[in-house]
Design a protein around this ligand. Structure first.
Ligand SMILES: N[C@@H](CCC(=O)N[C@@H](CS)C(=O)NCC(=O)O)C(=O)O
Length: 234
């Protein structure tokens, strides 16, 4: 009797995307083989539009011929549940709830302040920078002394969710000419960032910083216009 082949796993991503990175790390931590399909975001494929018709964004995870799974953090949770291997989310319900809380904080409140700090100007920029640093302090406070990662001794859900702070914040700082995360102000978070970006599994799917700067720099005007629109709404 022929044994059943496992359903193929494909990830629609984009070079330099912090969100696609989250999905890739989760797959690699679980030891899942996957095919990475690089999307052209200026000319979106039918595959992307079919599987993420609501947001039309990467990443999208395709598992066999089922509908696509969208949103990076949803993908990380799906990967954790659908495949064997080390757990990504904490097993304790309270720790799991806390990890989800801070992941959501990262993608909403933190991201908004950081956006203003990077791309706004004048008072809105200064206020954004202050808020961003205060939020970095709150996030740093979630690292337990003596532990390498937010997830404990190994990389977990919150480390993955915060990978933008470990790698991409430096990319955006360089493009914008603004410093937000420094050794002086957030030494513990900087230590974590080094541990995260130095991890073997992470490095396998961490895009080179200079190449990400080159890929994202042409989008600067777009970022600035979004910050202007947000300032107008404040
Ligand atoms: N909340 C989404 C954000 C994904 C996202 O913003 N992806 C960007 C690339 S980094 C994208 O696909 N942008 C295409 C567009 O906005 O048209 C997630 O967590 O997956």
């Amino acid at each position: 009797m022929m044994s059943e082949q496992p359903a193929a796993v494909k990830l629609i991503g984009w070079f330099g995307s912090p969100y696609a990175h989250r999905a890739e790390v989760a797959l690699r931590l679980k030891g899942v083989s996957y095919e990475l399909i690089m999307e052209d975001l200026s000319n979106k494929s039918d595959l992307l539009l079919k599987h993420n018709p609501v947001h039309q964004k990467v990443p999208v995870l395709l598992h066999g011929d089922r509908p696509g799974i969208c949103e990076s953090l949803v993908i990380v949770e799906y990967v954790d549940e659908a495949f064997d291997g080390p757990s990504i989310l904490p097993s304790d319900p309270l720790a799991r709830a806390a990890a989800r809380f801070w992941a959501s904080f990262m993608d909403t409140e933190f991201r908004e302040s950081m956006w203003m700090a990077l791309w706004a100007d004048g008072e809105a920029q200064a206020a954004g920078a202050m808020e961003t640093k205060a939020k970095l302090t709150l996030i740093e406070g979630q690292l337990t002394e003596g532990k390498r990662f937010f997830g404990g001794d190994t990389i977990g859900y919150l480390d993955i969710a915060l990978s933008g702070i470990a790698h991409w914040i430096g990319v955006f700082e360089e493009i914008a000419g603004v410093r937000l995360l420094t050794e002086e102000e957030h030494p513990t978070l900087c230590r974590w960032a080094k541990e995260y970006t130095g991890d073997e599994t992470v490095r396998e799917c961490l895009p080179d910083k200079d190449r990400v700067v080159a890929a994202l720099a042409p989008r600067k005007e777009l970022y600035v216009s979004i910050a202007k629109a947000l300032t107008g709404h404040k």
